[in-house]
Design a protein around this ligand. Structure first.
Ligand code: PAF
Length: 281
């Protein structure tokens, strides 16, 4: 496994592989790897000849009030895990490499980034699309792997790839959950054991929503109220949103039919937790 922070070196290494007609898979991450990331790497490993893992805590997707400075970082452990999973190349650029002094180019998608997470974190997706576009331009993968856990991020990247004509296949990978159903996240490190217990209510609430839709309930106001009840029963009362959107346009859903994204965000201690389920209704 090779590790480099140099854009020129990454380009050369990937070019060498491409000249041998190798399929390149990219797994973009911010490090602090957990089983969710490992599932993306494993899928890329199964489907591609050459797997590139990027590790970069991207300042552009954090607002000044967010946790960039204290975001969990553990490069030593990440490199060990990447090596064990058979990653070929780890790209670990510095902030200075990705955003040199006086950096000024950003990729901005309208509408789809202005709702849900984007309504609460207005500069977040501009940071995500900019860094992902940069990684795509540097690495030029055939496929890129993203977790469904960040469903809106995935929908935004699908839109960017389609509208900016990137010849890259975006692979949606299922959310990995712990035994209580809690979707894995690097930010769980901030939660205490009692808070982790409360957080288990998130998945129960989503499952309840799915069950109601599957049983034929079509009143989304009623389904939302039931989801909020379940969250409250677990002590989760600081709810940012519970939303029903068409997958993957994220247009609002008025009645059952097609693929529906049920997503929610709650605050627990200092952490915001998001989760979702996509169902065929
Ligand atoms: O999902 C993440 O970890 C990040 O948003 C990503 C896609 C690596 C961009 O920084």
């Amino acid at each position: 496994m090779i590790r480099t922070g140099s854009i020129v070196r990454v380009r050369n290494l990937v070019k060498e592989q491409k000249s041998g007609s190798k399929e390149i898979g990219l797994v973009p991450t911010m490090g602090s790897l957990h089983d969710g990331h490992l599932s993306l790497i494993r899928k890329a490993r199964r489907e591609c000849d050459y797997v590139v893992l990027s590790i970069f805590v991207n300042p552009a997707q954090f607002s000044p009030a967010e946790d960039f400075d204290i975001y969990p970082r553990d490069l030593k452990s990440d490199l060990r895990l990447a090596h064990n999973e058979g990653v070929d190349l780890v790209f670990t650029p510095s902030v200075q490499t990705m955003y040199p002094k006086d950096y000024s180019s950003y990729v901005i998608l309208e509408k789809i980034t202005e709702i849900l997470e984007g309504a609460i974190r207005p500069t977040h997706f501009r940071g995500v699309t900019t860094i992902v576009a940069k990684l795509f331009n540097i690495i030029q993968p055939d496929s890129a792997y993203f977790g469904q856990k960040d469903a809106q991020q995935l929908a935004v990247i699908n839109t960017m790839v389609r509208e900016l004509n990137y010849p890259i296949k975006i692979v949606r990978c299922p959310t990995v959950r712990d035994k209580r159903g809690l979707a894995l996240s690097s930010r769980h490190q901030y939660l205490t054991p009692p808070q982790l217990k409360e957080a288990a209510g998130i998945y129960c609430a989503l499952v309840e929503g799915v069950a109601l839709i599957k049983s034929g309930v079509s009143d989304f106001g009623r389904i939302r109220r039931r989801i909020i009840d379940v969250l409250s029963n677990y002590g989760l009362k600081r709810i940012d949103y519970v939303s029903f959107n068409q997958w993957d346009s994220l247009l609002p859903v008025r009645k059952p039919g097609g693929k529906i994204l049920i997503s929610l965000a709650v605050r627990l201690g200092k952490v915001r937790l998001i989760d979702n389920i996509i169902l065929d209704a």
